[in-house]
Each structure stands twice: as C-alpha cells, then as structure tokens.
Design a binder for this molecule. Structure first.
Ligand code: G3P
Ligand code: CA
Length: 275
C-alpha cells in the first residue's frame, strides 16, 4: 500500500521547508505524490547501517519499508550485513561466510558510525523478521547469493515459518542483483513480490525489461538510470519501480519528479516531510 500525502493550506506552507512546500503547493484532488519511503540499510544516514539501531530509527521516522542485506555465516545462520567482508562496518576482519554466527555476533557493528553506537551487533535475519514484520515493510536484498549455495531455500524457509509468503503480507519484497537467484525465489515463493536490481545501462533495454517482467514485480535501478520514459515502460510492463540510493535533496526531488513508486534513501526525512 503506498503512502498518500495530503495537501495543507497556503498559510501553513509559509512555515515549511522547500521540500515540504513542494508537497503542499501541488494539491491534486486532495492527494499529492504517492510513493513508498524505503530506509536504505535502515536509516543508514543516522545510525550504523543494517543494525537494530538503524531499523528502529527508520520506524521512528515513519518509513514504509526498511531495506536490508542478507548473507550467511559459516555455520549456516542468515545474517544482516552489506559487504561480503566485515572489515568496513565492524571491528573485525575477514569474509562473512568464513565466520561462525557466534564470531560475527561478538563483533562491534556500531562504533564505525560513532561511539554512541558502540556494542550494536550484526543482526540475524530471524531476529529482524520477528522484530519488524507487521510493523514496517521489509525489502530484503539477497546480497551476493552466489557465495552461499542454497541460501534461497534458507530465506524461503524463514519466511514460510512466519507465514510471510502469503499475499496478505505484501510488505515483504525480495530483491537482488543476481537475477538467477530471483528466478529461483519466484519459484520457491510464488506469492512474494520479486525485484531486480541494476546499475547497468545494458539492463534498461526493452528486451531486458520484458525478460524481467516474466518473473519480477519490481525493477529497481540506481537513480542515474531513471528517466520518465523508463518509469512509463516499467509501469506498462506491469512492474513497479523503486530507485536508490538517495543521499541528497536534489536526488530526492529528481525521483519525486520522475514519479517512481519507491525511493530508497539513507535519509527518510529527505523524502517524507512528516519528519
Ligand atoms: O536497495 C538498493 C540498494 O541497496 C542496492 O545497493 O549496494 O546498497 O546494496 P547496495
Ligand atoms: Ca542493499
């Protein structure tokens, strides 16, 4: 379900920021823009990415979805971390898949963002599902699934155990840059929406889009690829479009103007004037 922002009176607009005024000055039959705010790796601009602190911040900022990256530990636990090594975002070193869950949990995943976040842990996938499902949408990225054979079945099992594979739970979306993995997820969980991620011009051709539309519900490009023509083509093929990663007000305004369906951002307040 997309968010609908309602217009406000002219007098109030004088007290608003430029972005808020953009929303407030263009009322159309009482409704303004419609798109989902997706908090990238949680509200990663304000808290350490892919941690409970970042996801809680996203909920506090009224995001429609949190976005997160799923990988797998050496002993088979699904974990939430972006890079395929722990070096950048923790006090450890080495590849995610070479370390046990206990080893990963003992790392500090918060201090890189600021001392006030010291002690944040790498979350497990089941912990995040249990804490947030029903409270906020979850855009689940399968990160480098080619490194983790069988991770598709593992993710499917976690969702099925919680009955999150059913159509009424439409605020769960799966996405990846790995298209074969997404085709597999579509087979395993035919009722869960599938997204394909790309930052390549080669994958915005008509033929590529038509192929994606055979199994995907979302086409999610980096914002440098977005044009109004692309948005229209994606919609005409029956897909929605969410774009990333907004880290500036200009990028936010550009995607609002392009009328995408979702804006994936480190700063949810850049696209949602309620903050
Ligand atoms: O959700 C889109 C975005 O997360 C894809 O890029 O590198 O941040 O995972 P990345
Ligand atoms: Ca991601």
């Amino acid at each position: 379900m997309k968010k609908t922002l309602i217009g406000t009176g002219f007098a109030l607009t004088l007290m608003l920021s430029p972005l808020q005024q953009a929303f407030a000055e263009e009322p159309t039959k009482g409704e303004l823009r419609q798109f989902d705010t997706v908090a990238h790796r949680g509200a990663a601009g304000y808290a350490p990415e892919n941690t409970i602190a970042a996801f809680d911040k996203a909920v506090e900022m009224k995001a429609d979805y949190i976005e997160l990256d799923v990988q797998r530990s050496k002993d088979g636990e699904l974990v939430i971390i972006h890079d395929t090594t722990v070096d950048r975002t923790t006090d450890g070193t080495g590849r995610v898949g070479d370390q046990t869950f206990e080893e990963l949990r003992n790392l500090d995943a918060g201090s890189f963002k600021g001392e006030q976040f010291a002690g944040e842990k790498i979350p497990s996938f089941d912990e995040v599902l249990d804490r947030y499902h029903g409270k906020v949408g979850i855009l689940i990225e399968m990160k480098s699934p080619e490194l983790y054979p069988g991770i598709e079945e593992d993710v499917a099992q976690e969702l099925k155990e919680r009955h999150l594979d059913k159509p009424q739970n439409n605020k769960i979306i799966l996405q990846s840059f790995n298209f074969e993995s997404m085709k597999k997820m579509d087979t395993l969980l035919p009722e869960v929406p599938i997204g394909v991620l790309t930052s390549s011009k080669l994958e915005v051709t008509d033929s590529a889009l038509q192929e994606f539309a055979t199994y995907a519900d979302y086409f999610n490009p980096s914002y440098g690829l977005v044009t109004k023509d692309l948005v229209d083509k994606v919609h005409n093929l029956g897909m929605e479009i969410q774009s990333w990663t907004v880290r500036s007000h200009d990028a936010a305004q550009f995607l609002i103007d392009m009328e995408v369906d979702g804006i994936i951002t480190d700063y949810p307040d850049y696209v949602d004037p309620r903050n």
